[in-house]
Each structure stands twice: as C-alpha cells, then as structure tokens.
Unconditional design. Structure first.
Length: 141
C-alpha cells in the first residue's frame, strides 16, 4: 500500500530516483514496473503484479471504452528499477504529463502517481477551493 508525497527531481536522462520507503513494495519479487498515462494528466507507476490486475480489468471493458483502453494499455511501458532505485521514464510519457525536472510522487494505494510539481500544485489548489464530492457528505474527520 503506497501513501504519502515526495518531492523529486528527474535527472538529465529522465530517470526518477524512487524514495527508499517505496522501493521494497515496488520491487516485491522483481524490479519490474509499469508506467502509463492517467486521465488527470499525471503518470501511474505500478508494481508488475498490481499492473497485471489493473490491465486485466481495463482489457475486459466493452468496446465503448476502446479509447480508454488505448490511453491506459496503449501507452503502458514496462521498465526496470536499477540497483540504486532509479527508473527511466520515457520521453513520451514525460511529455504527456508535462514533466521536465521537478516532480511529485504520490502514494495512491496500489500504485503511485507521478506529477509535474507545478501542475500538481495548481490542480490541488483548484480542488481545495471546490466543494467536497458527495461521497464525503457522511464521512467524519
């Protein structure tokens, strides 16, 4: 289970250094990960086992969801975390999420989200101004 936020910088080659607290969970059993697009403008990073479950759910959607299948499955890239915990994020995926250097890595349960730092700050500020969704109406803090 991933949670928490980390401010990161991608290096000149587009590599992300995964925070130590996430490395064991991401590499559980192998160092193979999958990165794909998220419809909110960030990237999703999955340990391979979680990706396989997500991929199977997406693949089973009806033809009416074909474009979403393309977005999630057609843009997925399998990568390996190296011995020092770095992951290469492809130029195509970095461009899709607008990530150049400064990034935010968010734990989202079964996967991580990778955001351009400025884009995340702007979208979070907008969300904080808006009313909470109805699902929180009966939620106590």
């Amino acid at each position: 289970m991933f949670q928490g936020a980390s401010s990161l910088s991608l290096d000149a080659k587009g590599r992300l250094s995964v925070p130590t607290r996430h490395r064991d969970a991401l590499g559980a059993g192998s160092n193979q990960l999958t990165i794909t697009k998220h419809p909110h403008g960030c990237l999703m990073i999955f340990p391979r086992s979680a990706w396989e479950e997500f991929r199977d759910r997406i693949a089973s959607l009806p033809m009416s969801a074909q474009w979403w299948k393309r977005i999630f499955l057609g843009n997925a890239m399998d990568v390996e975390m190296d011995g020092t915990g770095r992951v290469l994020v492809s130029p195509e995926l970095r461009a899709a999420a607008g990530i150049t250097r400064d990034a935010i890595l968010l734990g989202m349960g079964a996967y991580l989200e990778l955001w351009d730092a400025q884009a995340y700050a702007a979208q979070e500020a907008e969300a904080m101004k808006a009313d909470m969704p109805d699902v929180f109406k009966d939620f106590s803090f």
